[in-house]
Every structure is written in structure tokens, then in C-alpha cells.
Ligand binder design. Structure first.
Ligand SMILES: Cc1cc2nc3c(=O)[nH]c(=O)nc-3n(C[C@H](O)[C@H](O)[C@H](O)COP(=O)(O)O)c2cc1C
Length: 339
């Protein structure tokens, strides 16, 4: 990690879009070695989500390895699983640049990438080549329900788990799938023939009305046999654009909202659901709080972007310390322990 410390001041003087490109370049070349994997493979950290065995509970959240090009590097950094995507059926350029505002809030990031994707066949080739050290998930996005199903079909057999990005405004009505019960029901019916149950990813919410709607949509999913959820996506910031587009807030300011959503799902559904927590996790203590509230695993993205490639190593070390301080043997014991 010495190399990163050395170049970090330079990286942070560049415009954030350029820093992003430089990081992707380095990760494609696996410049950061294998130093972190050991820290993340302690038996105390081993866990399982929706039947998928993980060496540790930390996953790379959707949005960084959009096209399955840096899965090996992400495994090198110690992630217990990697989410590729969101993948769309066909090439999509995303929004015009710039895509990022760094530090719009302390420890936060606003992005307006607009779901760029090289499309399913490109990702199929990438994942077909890669022999991943860790379970891969694929996050799917599309403009219509059949588009989601076509990505799922096109990448069949190449992922251990699936996420469905229902939080993007992509239905024909202009509403998101998470806002539109009819659209969500149609989407789930198209995904039902596939044997595994994907994780549905919801937005965070600020108002009671939105919380009630989110829980109502989760009930709809559960009734149709879809019990797996990712909580949460970025917070839409209509008044904070990046370039021409609306931004989504990630990072530290999101943590209380993601934690609240996990607590609400636990209170409502108990053990009937499996939850992956994501949003602003920057410390092992925060990861622990999410797991104690009921999350089986925790994903991270902005902390990697803002704090660098040592993040999983640090989170793993801190999580083990918190487990010890709470008299717990392993992370499985931590799940739901806040009750
Ligand atoms: C640059 C960027 C791109 C993202 N792209 C996606 C995406 O393609 N699909 C998705 O489901 N979530 C996407 N997200 C949301 C993240 O997966 C995650 O839910 C969110 O950033 C909160 O986690 P964090 O605070 O650890 O970043 C993106 C987030 C960021 C910062």
C-alpha cells in the first residue's frame, strides 16, 4: 500500500473523472498486489449470504467494475465477493462527462454516471475469461422488464449471485421499478424461471411515505418468492447536478439511511429475508452495526474510491476487533445481534 500513499496526493489533485480513469487503468493492470487477501480470509470473517459462501462479508458494490474488467484486482484487494455491473443489454455511453463531484459532503461523493455499460456480450466475454478467486455477482439494469431478463439470460452460468437495480428511473412510465408495483411484478415474473433468487436493490428513503412504499414493494417481492435485498443504492439529489444530469449521493452521509433501511426490513420481515447492507461504510464498526441490524454481508464502494485500495484490509482488521470487543466468535454470530 506504500505506493498508494505516495501517489494519493497527486491523484487527489486531478479532476475526479481523471482520478477514476487512472484508478481503473491501474486496476486493469493489477498494480496493487496480493497483500490484502490474507487479512480478509480469517475464519472469524467467513460467512454466507443466500447460500453463497464468502471468505469475508465485504463485497465490492455495483458501479465500479461495470464491465467485469477488474474482478481479479478486486479479489487481490481482499473483497469477499465482487459485484460486476450494472450491466445493460447493449452498449450505453452513460451521461456526458463530468461524472463526479468529490467531497460534495464530508466523506461523500456525488456521481451522475447514468449507468454506462459495454453491454451483455462484452461482459460475457470478460467473465468467461476470468477465473475469479471470489464469488462474482452481476448487477442488472435495463429500460424494460424484458431487457433485465435478456441480461440475466445472456450471462447465465457466469455469476454466483445476481442483483437487480430496480432503483434507476427506467420504466416506460418514467418511474423506477421500485415505485411502480405493476412494473416490478412484471419484472419478477420474467425472472422467476431462473432458479436463483436475485437481490433487489432499493433506494434509501428520507420520508415515512417512501419507507412505507419501499416496504410495500418488498412485501410484493416476498409474496412472489423473492426474499433477497440490497439496501441501499445512492440517494437521488435532484438539486445537485453533475454536468447536465441529476446526481446520486454515496459515501459517509448515506450510512444512517442505509442502516435505517436494514433495521426497518429486520423489524418487518425478521429471518424471512436476506439482506446485503451498503451505503457509506467506512469503518469496521459501521460494518458491524449493519450486520448487527440484520445484514448478512456488506458492500463498499465510495470508501474504496476516497480512501484507496487498503480499505478491505482495514475494514477486516477493524471488524475483527469489534467482534472481539463484543465477545463474538465470528461474523455469523454478529448477524441480527442488535435485537
Ligand atoms: C460511481 C458510482 C457508480 C455506481 N453505479 C451503480 C450501478 O451501476 N448499479 C448499482 O446498482 N449501483 C451503483 N452505485 C451505487 C453503489 O453500488 C452503492 O449502492 C452506493 O454507492 C452506496 O455505497 P457506498 O456509499 O459504499 O458507495 C454506484 C455508486 C457510485 C458511487
Amino acid at each position: 500500500m506504500g505506493l498508494y500513499r505516495l501517489i494519493r496526493p497527486l491523484l487527489y489533485r486531478l479532476p475526479p473523472d481523471l482520478t477514476h480513469e487512472a484508478s481503473m487503468w491501474a486496476f486493469r493492470r493489477r498494480i496493487w498486489g496480493l497483500s490484502s487477501r490474507k487479512e480478509g480470509s480469517d475464519p472469524a470473517l467467513q460467512t454466507r449470504v443466500a447460500g453463497i459462501e464468502l471468505n469475508n462479508p465485504f463485497g465490492l458494490a455495483a458501479g465500479y467494475d461495470k464491465n467485469g474488467e477488474i474482478t481479479k484486482s478486486m479479489a487481490d484487494l481482499g473483497f469477499g465477493f465482487v459485484v460486476v455491473g450494472s450491466v445493460r443489454p447493449h452498449f450505453h455511453p452513460g451521461n456526458p462527462r463530468p461524472w463526479f463531484i468529490r467531497k460534495a459532503y464530508d466523506g461523500g461523493l456525488v456521481n451522475a454516471m447514468g449507468l454506462p455499460s459495454k453491454g451483455t456480450s462484452h461482459v460475457r466475454e470478460r467473465l468467461g475469461e476470468a477465473t475469479s478467486q471470489v464469488p462474482l455477482f452481476v448487477s442488472i439494469a435495463g429500460d424494460t422488464a424484458p431487457e433485465f431478463a435478456s441480461v440475466r439470460e445472456g450471462l447465465d452460468g457466469l455469476a454466483a449471485g445476481w442483483e437487480i437495480n430496480i432503483s434507476c428511473p427506467n420504466t416506460e412510465t418514467g418511474r423506477t421499478f421500485e415505485e411502480d408495483p405493476k412494473a416490478l411484478a412484471e419484472l419478477l415474473d420474467l425472472l422467476r424461471p431462473f432458479p436463483d433468487r436475485p437481490f433487489l436493490k432499493f433506494s434509501p428513503y428520507l420520508r415515512e411515505r417512501e419507507r412505507d412504499r419501499t416496504l410495500e414493494m418488498a412485501r410484493l417481492a416476498l409474496r412472489r418468492g423473492f426474499p433477497n435485498f440490497v439496501l441501499t443504492n445512492t440517494l437521488a439529489m435532484p438539486e445537485l447536478g453533475v454536468g447536465s444530469a441529476q446526481g446520486g449521493l454515496s459515501g459517509r452521509p448515506l450510512f444512517p439511511l442505509a442502516l435505517q433501511a436494514i433495521q426497518d426490513f429486520r423489524a418487518e420481515f425478521g429471518d424471512k429475508v436476506q439482506v446485503i447492507g451498503v451505503g457509506g461504510v467506512t469503518t469496521g464498526e459501521q460494518a458491524f452495526q449493519m450486520m448487527a441490524a440484520g445484514a448478512q454481508a456488506v458492500e463498499v464502494l465510495t470508501a474504496l474510491i476516497l480512501r484507496g485500495p487498503g480499505v478491505v484490509r482495514r475494514l477486516s482488521r477493524e471488524l475483527k476487533e469489534v467482534l472481539r470487543a463484543n465477545g463474538l466468535e465470528d461474523v455469523k454470530e454478529a448477524v441480527g445481534s442488535a435485537e
